[in-house]
Design a binder for this molecule. Structure first.
Ligand code: ATP
Ligand code: MG
Ligand code: MG
Length: 383
């Protein structure tokens, strides 16, 4: 059978491997770390840095197509692989999504067709840039241009002095200052596009974050109007088309208090807010990634059941201030109506670490939400 390759061995790679194997592929994972979630299930683990030429050469020689599950994979490595195998998404698309300046510029370029703009922003690369900040950008959020995730590498700033202190504390790496916007709620749109240019757009998902980390995803979102859903889905389609993207891509949006839709960022891979598709849609985001990279027809994105996804962080292994982990009561969670538990095979729970997720699917959203509340109570998560 044919081999598919993935750069990165985290939980996204693990769930990708499961989907690929279900369709008869073998999976090779390139990952620098030891004992990774995807390495436990892949047919082959190629240990090595993301820039290790011999590891990359082995991956390219083995695989008919290669993708990434790690947002910050070196774009140069994707380009190198792309000369030797079919790579999706492309190095160019990955490099835009990795760099907040390039990403914002791209969103602005897309605005005539997407109809949405990113938050007002300015590149901060020097103290002179800070002196030149327009008052209208404050209060704001200073974000590192590269490598940020789960709200890491972000500081909220009220004044020019705050920006200076935050910029200096990030030891002078290039940052982006974004105006703090009055959010009503957050949504994301998962899309997939094939090498033939065909694209699909999943139902819009409503996301709640806690401490910068995704907490729940609800689909259909209780706050999302039909008009907002259509606007976000149309924008997402325009963005993937203009990118010439191949594979699964997730785009995050803000909905402001006045109803304005603002595009925030995109992830060039399956996304945490798309995990609900595994249990609630005809084709999961991981099966869709397999189809796109193997140049097979894209699958139907129709959602067959309302769904609520709850992220399971390492915190639920720890009672109160205890630092001795104990296994959560999965039996009680699994007894709830519509529960589907996904754990990522990580043996060392740590607070704020993504260990798994549970999706509740039910004939009505209210039933799924009732199960969510019970699960939070069982797991000791403040609802
Ligand atoms: P992710 O883990 O989603 O990749 P990230 O670290 O790349 O996160 P963002 O998604 O840009 O960072 O920001 C994290 C969260 O901070 C957002 O989901 C939103 O709640 C809040 N936030 C970010 N930018 C703004 C803004 N301009 N105005 C208001 N809130 C914001
Ligand atoms: Mg991000
Ligand atoms: Mg985000």
């Amino acid at each position: 059978s044919a081999w598919l390759g993935v750069m990165g061995g985290g939980q996204l790679g693990r769930m990708f491997a499961h989907a690929a194997q279900a369709m008869g592929f073998k999976v090779a994972v390139l990952e620098p770390g030891q004992d990774c979630p995807a390495g436990q299930v892949a047919e082959r683990l190629i240990p090595g840095a993301y820039t290790d030429q011999s590891a990359l050469a082995e991956l390219a020689a083995q695989c008919v197509a290669i993708t990434t599950e790690f947002e910050n994979v070196p774009a140069g490595s994707m380009a190198w692989l792309g000369e030797r195998s079919f790579v999706a998404p492309s190095a160019t698309c990955v490099s835009i999504a990795q760099d907040r300046i390039a990403e914002k510029r791209f969103f602005v370029d897309c605005a005539p067709t997407s109809g949405v703009m990113p938050a007002p922003h300015k590149t901060i690369a020097s103290h002179a840039d800070i002196d030149a900040i327009d008052d209208d950008l404050l209060p704001g959020i200073l974000k590192t241009v590269r490598m940020g995730y789960d709200g890491k590498g972000q500081v909220r700033v009220r004044s020019r002095e705050d920006v200076r202190a935050a910029f200096d504390a990030m030891s002078g790496v290039t940052c982006l200052l974004e105006k703090m916007l009055p959010l009503a709620y957050e949504v994301s749109v998962l899309t997939a596009r094939g090498a033939d240019g065909a694209s699909v757009v999943y139902p819009i998902a409503e996301n709640v974050h806690r401490d910068g980390i995704l907490f729940t995803t609800t689909v259909p979102g209780p706050n999302v109007s039909d008009a907002c859903a259509k606007q976000a889905q149309d924008a997402a389609r325009a963005i993937v088309d203009q990118l010439g993207y191949v594979g699964v891509l997730c785009i995050e949006f803000f909905v402001l208090i006045d109803g304005t839709l603002v595009v925030n960022e995109m992830a060039p891979r399956p996304h945490n807010s798309g995990h609900y598709t595994m249990d609630a849609c005809i084709t999961s985001q991981f099966a869709q990634q397999v189809r796109a990279m193997a140049r097979l027809p894209l699958g139907e994105v129709r959602q067959h059941s309302p769904a609520v996804m709850l992220n399971i962080l390492g915190d639920v292994w720890f009672e109160g201030n205890s630092d001795t982990p104990r296994e959560p009561a999965w039996d009680r969670v699994l007894a709830l109506p519509g529960a589907n538990l996904h754990l990522y095979g990580k043996d060392d729970p740590r607070r704020a670490r993504k260990m798994g997720h549970v999706t509740f699917v039910a004939p009505t959203l209210a039933t799924a939400q009732a199960s969510l509340l019970k699960a939070c109570a069982i797991l000791g998560i403040p609802a």
